[in-house]
Design a protein around this ligand. Structure first.
Ligand SMILES: CC(C)(COP(=O)(O)OP(=O)(O)OC[C@H]1O[C@@H](n2cnc3c(N)ncnc32)[C@H](O)[C@@H]1O)[C@@H](O)C(=O)NCCC(=O)NCCS
Ligand SMILES: Nc1ncnc2c1ncn2[C@@H]1O[C@H](COP(=O)(O)OP(=O)(O)OP(=O)(O)O)[C@@H](O)[C@H]1O
Length: 195
């Protein structure tokens, strides 16, 4: 999986510059546990890390959206943990989907997944808006408080709706027309210079 913080990337170099070599593993990759311990206990360090990573994440996202658009995909899903916190980004999204679960389940699952104690899990959860608040901003909510099968059914329903949508048909037609125009121009130029 592509990462904007892989060794030798711009973000990796900046993180190293600001946080020192103490946050590196022996193989040069970021030690997520060490960096996480710093940024989730010090809000100003978290803002610093965000200011390094977010522009790089945005650039990569735009590249990938363009790629999938050109490949003809109906829609692209962007998995953005801080979407609602980073105000401004939502205005570029047609729909926003919140995968919700009740707060006790959120805490238990995070502790289990990341091997955290309750205090460390609360620090991470506290670094984001509460899910109840995000619920009000999202255009769609998938409730993942129950079992995976129930979540799967909700996802399939939403997928079917998005697959049927003609939301970006105008953009596809415009891109197709522009490409056809360019192709025609190239053809005329080639014919002109080869005759
Ligand atoms: C800080 C890092 C090293 C922590 O790694 P770790 O494996 O311990 O935790 P993980 O990534 O699973 O995140 C744990 C929880 O914290 C949340 N979280 C991650 N980064 C941030 C952040 N900058 N601010 C608030 N919450 C965050 C995640 O959404 C998740 O809920 C890692 O998240 C990271 O490299 N973040 C920087 C890249 C980044 O900005 N990612 C996208 C967040 S928008
Ligand atoms: N319906 C479910 N039932 C039980 N466990 C679940 C369910 N959904 C997710 N989990 C578990 O909860 C943990 C968090 O899920 P996941 O990593 O998919 O969430 P996420 O939203 O991508 O997290 P983050 O934004 O924190 O990276 C994982 O360990 C996952 O296996």
């Amino acid at each position: 999986m592509f990462s904007v913080v892989q060794p030798r990337s711009k973000a990796h170099q900046q993180i190293l510059q600001h946080f020192g070599t103490g946050i590196l593993l022996e193989n040069g990759e970021i030690n997520r546990e060490a960096l996480g311990n710093i940024i989730f206990s010090q809000p100003e360090k978290r803002r610093l890390l965000n200011s390094i990573t977010h522009p790089e994440i945005l650039k990569e996202m735009l590249k990938q959206i363009l790629k999938y658009f050109v490949l003809g995909n109906r829609y692209v899903i962007l998995d953005i943990p801080l979407l609602f916190e980073t105000r401004g980004l939502t205005r570029f999204m047609k729909y926003t989907v919140l995968v919700y679960c009740d707060p006790p389940a959120q805490r238990v699952r995070l502790m289990r997944r990341n091997g955290l104690d309750a205090a460390a899990a609360d620090a991470r959860i506290g670094a984001q808006l509460p899910l109840e608040e995000k619920r009000q901003w999202a255009t769609h909510v998938i409730d993942n408080s129950g079992d995976r099968e129930s979540t799967r059914r909700q996802v399939l329903r939403l997928h079917a709706r998005l697959e049927d949508s003609l939301d970006f048909l105008w953009a596809r037609l415009a891109a197709g027309a522009a490409l056809a125009g360019l192709g025609g121009l190239l053809f005329l130029l080639l014919r002109h210079f080869s005759s």
